[in-house]
Design a protein around this ligand. Sequence first.
Ligand SMILES: *[C@@H]1O[C@H](CO)[C@@H](O)[C@H](O)[C@H]1NC(C)=O
Length: 376
Amino acid sequence: MDRLFLFSLFLSLALVSSVVASTVGDGEYASIIVDDTLIRQVVSSSHGHDDLLLNADHHFSLFKTKYGKTYSTQEEHDHRFSVFKANLRRAKSHQLLDPSAVHGVTKFSDLTPSEFRRNHLGINKQKRHLRLPSDANKAPILPTKDLPTDFDWRDHGAVTGVKDQGSCGSCWSFSTTGALEGAHFLSTGELVSLSEQQLVDCDHECDPEEYGSCDSGCNGGLMNNAFEYILKSGGIEREQDYPYTGKDGTCNFDKGKIAAKVSNFSVVSIDEDQIAANLVKNGPLAVAINAVWMQTYIGGVSCPYICAKNQDHGVLLVGYGAAGYAPIRLKDKPYWIIKNSWGENWGESGYYKFCRAGRNLCGVDSMVSSVAAIHT
Ligand SMILES: *[C@@H]1O[C@H](CO)[C@@H](O)[C@H](O)[C@H]1NC(C)=O
């Protein structure tokens, strides 16, 4: 491409973004305006040629082979193919509305959005504002000046391998063990994989205010309730002593096999610098997010133009980067590094990168907790 063209493109883009930024002072409002124009643009350009949709048959065969999918009847097969095609169209629109990520066929492409929500998420929360368990503290405000520009707890040995919750709404238990595995590593120097199944089977801790919002295995739960449960029960076993089955079962907790203990836990303020400071100081954090963009996510930094703040999925924040993607403002932007519990064959080897947009996108900043472990 010709230099002059690139330069004028750059100029006009810079002009557009500075006009938007200068006419509207408030950050959140400005971004909504930007979002709105972009949404209209991408919607009007989305009727064009589309290989994925035209070759849906072929992509469905590849999908079945890659993920070993078989369907028991022809009806089921045809139904799954129509769901698959609907998901191709969704992936296409996700791609347009989330251009810094790559969206397409994933192992969840034969599930309807409601099947996906029911079987692969699991945050149990109806109300926007929850009261916290009695032992939850508010995290103290930490200094943020000298934080590293990039940070990843995987580089420090505080993160176990990616696990897979299977068809069970137990995300909350993986987020909980991930945070405690990190805290235990910080207090003992030992990385021990901890038991989600103990939480699925034994933790029925309830939100103190919301009737019916109790941790309930494959039907969902909350990380703060689970920290409260581990605190009260005395501790949690190792993964290998109480292995994951992905099904609700009867509690089989053996106090003699406790491998890690919660000392205290805190909720972190919604401020992204505070989240980063708590991450660096206390280890990986349990966070909740709206997972609507994750069913079609393949890689890159997800930063959708729009995303509601109702979180339905518990994950683990393990790090951040300063410059991971360049949206319209032509400047590299920071992002979070998130460990998920859908196996290594989802996302970037099991991980999700999500923009640190400074506006609680997808609710990622508003249910963040930090845990400390007792040195055992
Ligand atoms: C745990 O308690 C200690 C001592 O009060 C405090 O400094 C620390 O921030 C707490 N950690 C968490 C994760 O709540």
